[in-house]
Structure formats: C-alpha cells, structure tokens
Design a protein around this ligand. Structure first.
Ligand code: CTP
Ligand code: MG
Length: 335
C-alpha cells in the first residue's frame, strides 16, 4: 500500500455529484437510437436467415450490456449452430450478400484476431461489426447487463470511468491500454469490494442460469430483479465512488501480487493463477480475470511502457479529485 493512499477524501466532494450525473445523462443513448439499432438488426436478420435458416444474430458489447454511449458502433455475433464452421468462408459469403443490398463500406476482415465483417448502414447511419460464433462475448454481455440492473451506481461509475479513459487516451488496446470491457470489470469488482458491498458476486450465488459454450461452463444467479436494493445499506455517492475508484488504482492496488476477479468477488493472487512471469506476450502487469474464460487476463495487452502511462493517469485522476478546485474540467481534459 503506497504511502499516498488516503482514507479520507476532500470534505466538499459531494458538490461534484450533480456534474458527474450530468455527464452520465448526456452520454446515455436516446430511445430513437435503440429503435434504429433494432431496424438494422431486422434487416441483417432477414439476409442471414435467408442464407442460413438455422443461424441467429445476437447483439453484444456496449450496445447490449448497458454501458454503451450514444452514437456507438454496434457489435453483432452470428451464431451458426455448428461450432466447426469455417469462419472466413462464412464471413466472405456474408459480405457478398450484404454488398448486394444498399449497405456501405462492406468489408470482410478475415485475418483480424477476431475476424469480422464491417459495414455502414446509410439508412440508420449506424456502423456495425459482425463476428461469427463468439458466444462467450454474448454471455459476458448478459452478465454485465445483469450487474447493471442491481445498482444504478455501477452504470454511473462505469460511464464516468469510460468517459475519462476515452478522453485521456487510455482506452486503446492496440496501444497497450485497456478495453472498455476491462474497465467495466474493474468497476464491478470495485463495487463488490465496498463495505457494505454495493454489488454481490453473482457467480458465487445460487445458479439460476447455466449455459455451456466452447467447453466453458457459464453459470450464475441471473434473477437480479430479486436483488433490488442490495446496495442500499451503502450510502456512498457517485462522487465519493469516483474518488475512491481512482484512489484505489493509484495508491492501493497491489500490482505485483493481486488479480481482480468478479467471478470470486474478491482478489486472487498472481501465484495461484500462475500469472507471475511473462509467457509469450502476456506480461500480467495489471491482472483482470475474465469472468468465464478464467485463463484470460484482460490486462495482457498492457506492456512495460503502457503500465506506466496507465498508473500515471490513475494518479493524475486521484490527485485532481483530491485537490483541484475544478476537478471535472481537468479530469476529462483531452490528452
Ligand atoms: N470482449 C471480450 N473479451 C475481450 C474484449 C471484449 O469478451 N478481451 C467482448 C465483451 O463482450 C465486450 C465486447 O467484446 O462487451 C466489446 O468489447 P469492447 O470493444 O471492450 O467495447 P464495448 O463494450 O463495445 O465498449 P465501447 O465500444 O463503448 O468502447
Ligand atoms: Mg463496441
């Protein structure tokens, strides 16, 4: 624990609540965007079921996990039923079909880490990436959405953190910083750790939802309507939580030894995960366990240079929230 870690935040922190809530409100997608997404999904669905009657389309990622901002691109997964299909072949075929409709910029990127078809729909103005059989992403999208229904402070905190990360340029996995998905997991973990806790650990409760995808058993308690008011014993405000979140990642997290795990609702040790040394390109400099693919560290994209950038940004945010007379301006200042 770093000597600068603080247990007390500034006395006037709550005057930031209104400002944070305003930012949150302004980033929520309006209802008409959801309508346009449905319209595009219906069009895609028509083409897909025409060609592959047994296939299904699912929305995943930020457009479906409730952590998406207004005007985001949408992520779509084409589920083929058969797990052994040749993805490239399917994607090339799909691109051909979609090109013949009036969709724009249709491209099959078959060599990407996650192969996709990209396109833009001129009618709705929505851009979209379609992947094949990435069902774990569909399931983790549901898990995140279920968590967001338990306490509104999760969605508020994650919006502020994502907005900060995008403004500060630390939401770029190709540059070694973290994905939006990783930031949401950090927020869930953080709210599970408050005392009293604001979020439960859904994977540690009675199982009400269970699927097996790609040989991974995904199960948890998904009757989240029964958990309304779970966090109400904790009265922390959004500004207190934002302050504490950055203070944690700046000064309290033990980067050398700890792994955050929303699956366990707790910290794990790098030793028990065998994430203590570099293997291939995985350096494990900040460790965030995927809730279902437990051998995946979402921090694996982070390298020696970008861990410094990240930690400096966490410290910068913590210092601004502690001392700056006008923190909301400084916090989201473009880098
Ligand atoms: N995903 C995943 N594993 C990763 C990264 C992403 O399973 N290592 C899946 C998750 O389902 C995630 C989705 O891909 O929700 C999209 O992830 P991401 O690109 O991080 O962004 P969004 O949540 O879509 O956020 P935004 O586009 O708003 O930045
Ligand atoms: Mg996305």
């Amino acid at each position: 624990r770093n000597h600068r870690s603080r247990t007390e935040c500034r006395g006037d922190i709550n005057r930031l609540n209104a400002h944070f809530l305003e930012i949150y409100q302004s980033l929520i997608p309006p209802e008409e965007e959801k309508e346009k997404q449905k319209q595009l999904m219906a069009l895609l669905n028509k083409h897909v079921t025409n060609e592959w009657p047994g296939a299904r389309l699912y929305l995943y990622g930020s457009c479906a996990n409730s952590f998406g901002f207004s005007k985001s691109d949408i992520d779509v997964c084409l589920a083929m039923g058969d797990a052994d299909v040749d993805r490239s072949e399917i994607l090339l075929k799909l691109a051909d079909i979609l090109k013949s409709d009036n969709l724009e910029n249709v491209q099959a990127l078959t060599r990407a880490r996650v192969p996709i078809v990209k396109l833009m729909d001129p009618v709705t103005g929505i851009s979209c990436d379609i992947c094949v059989n990435n069902l774990l992403a569909v399931i983790n999208t549901k898990l995140l959405r279920d968590y967001s229904k338990i306490d509104v402070r999760l969605r508020q905190l994650a919006f502020i953190v994502k907005h900060w990360a995008k403004s500060r340029g630390v939401n770029e996995t190709y540059q070694g910083t973290l994905s939006s998905y990783a930031y949401v997991l950090m927020c869930i973990h953080f709210l599970q750790q408050r005392t009293p806790s604001i979020l439960p650990c859904l994977q540690g409760m009675e199982i009400t939802y269970k699927v097996n995808v790609d040989n991974v058993e995904c199960s948890y308690f998904d009757q989240v309507d029964k958990l309304q008011g779970f966090g109400s014993r904790n009265g922390e405000s959004i500004s207190q939580l934002v302050w504490a979140f950055f203070n944690y990642w700046a000064y309290c997290h033990d980067y050398a030894n700890d792994v955050i795990s929303i699956r366990m609702g707790n910290l794990l040790s790098k030793r028990e995960k065998d994430w203590t040394r570099r293997i291939g390109n995985d350096r494990h400099l900040i460790c965030i366990e995927d809730p279902f693919e437990v051998s995946h560290d979402l921090g694996r994209v982070v390298d020696k240079r970008s861990i410094r950038v990240l930690r400096e940004e966490f410290e910068r945010a913590a210092e601004i929230l502690q001392y700056d007379p006008n923190p909301c301006v400084k916090l989201f200042e473009p880098y």
